[in-house]
Design a protein around this ligand. Structure first.
Ligand code: FA5
Length: 343
């Protein structure tokens, strides 16, 4: 019986050595060591029929053979694993001596992103913080909190996407939805901008998209006046379009400000003389603004007796169109690489 164990060991070690993949190795392990009918298992079962003395001697041999075979399996498993690793590394090898991709293949920033980054730098240099807010917004923060209660006709000014099966939720129609959110979170005084995406159920045309970007700004502090607002917006206009740019404010109704204005800048193409871009008016409309309505401050738990503030909403997409002379807003969300690679 001893020689049977030794013969099995010799054959097993040879067979293990010649295996070249994991599946073959598993099959062989099963054939030799399988619990029910493995060849070594069967041989070991025969030990019980030996006399006590013989079992003592042959038992030692049997255990050693088993240990050696198990060890050979473990070594082979390791060897195959290392081969797998080597193959994986070889597959991922990068030839660093290859020339890089031509520069024209590099990504570029979207025009909206370029303007957004530029304005973020500009406003942070004036002490504003940059905030971010949800695009899927509650009806409350988008409308009610900014002084547009349910059933108020001012809701019709912004054609809204309501969310099926989620009453009370809308795709935000403007970044003004962040006014009260920010007041509740940060309190007063507050100086912040909120750039971001907005959505309106528009019949799209060259100047109106269902998805576009705005940049909201608000300043809340003691003794804030309309003059501060004009000063900040003039600084923005000069930054964007040059030092000789003027700002014109004309009354406009927005429920969340009082008084409210429509902001225009001298056309930076014709310098106010009148051209195709400004439709011969000499002015370009770029924002809505005004002094924050006391009802909005109250919703934000800001003491309206002590604090005042102004807010403005720049049409960021409009600014990008003006800067780059883009004639149709629909190019911006088209994902068309021919268009996007120009920037
Ligand atoms: C508002 O959305 C106000 N929340 C702005 C505001 C903020 C006023 C704070 C007062 C105080 P309005 O609907 O006018 O206002 O939109 C502001 C700008 O967003 C517009 O001048 C325009 O540039 C841009 N805009 C509005 N709708 C679209 C659209 N469908 N496509 C592209 N740009 C749009």
């Amino acid at each position: 019986m001893q020689s049977k164990f030794e013969q099995l060991k010799t054959e097993a070690l040879l067979a293990i050595k010649s295996v070249s993949d994991k599946i073959q190795l598993e099959d062989l392990e099963n054939k030799l060591l399988g619990r029910k009918s493995g060849e070594l298992t069967n041989l070991m079962k025969g030990l019980k029929d030996l006399t006590d003395d013989a079992r003592k001697v042959i038992g030692v041999v049997a255990n050693e053979v088993k240990k050696d075979i198990e060890m050979a399996f473990a070594n082979k498993k390791n060897e195959l694993l290392n081969l797998d690793w080597a193959a994986a590394v070889e597959k991922e090898r990068v030839d660093i001596t290859q020339p890089t991709l031509p520069h024209s293949e590099r990504g570029t920033f979207h025009p909206n992103t370029i303007i957004q980054k530029d304005l973020e730098d500009f406003f942070t240099s004036m002490g504003f913080v940059v905030l971010d807010g949800p695009e899927l917004e509650s009806d409350f923060f988008n409308f009610t909190a900014v002084n547009v209660p349910e059933n108020h006709p001012a809701r019709d000014m912004q054609d809204t996407f309501y969310i099926k099966n989620h009453p009370g939720m809308v795709m935000r129609t403007h970044t003004s939805s962040m006014q009260v959110r920010s007041m509740l979170k940060q309190g007063a005084p507050l100086r912040a901008i909120v750039p971001g995406k907005c959505y309106r159920n528009e019949a799209t045309d060259p100047r109106h998209e269902h998805t576009f970007y705005q940049l909201e700004g608000f300043v809340i502090d003691e003794h804030i006046t309309f003059a501060h607002m004009k000063g900040v917006l003039e600084a923005v206009a000069k930054h964007l379009y040059g030092a000789d740019t003027q700002v014109r404010l004309r009354p406009k109704y927005y429920p969340f400000v009082e008084p409210g204005v429509n902001g225009e800048v001298t056309c930076f193409i014709c310098k106010g003389k009148g051209c195709r871009v400004c439709k011969n008016t000499g002015w370009l409309e770029i924002f809505g603004a005004g002094m924050i309505h006391p009802n909005v401050l109250k919703e934000g738990k800001v003491d309206a007796g002590r604090y005042q503030g102004f807010a403005f909403g720049l049409g960021l997409t409009r600014l990008a169109m003006l800067k780059y002379g883009i004639e149709d807003i629909r190019h911006l969300e088209s994902g068309d690489l021919k268009f996007l690679k120009q920037f």
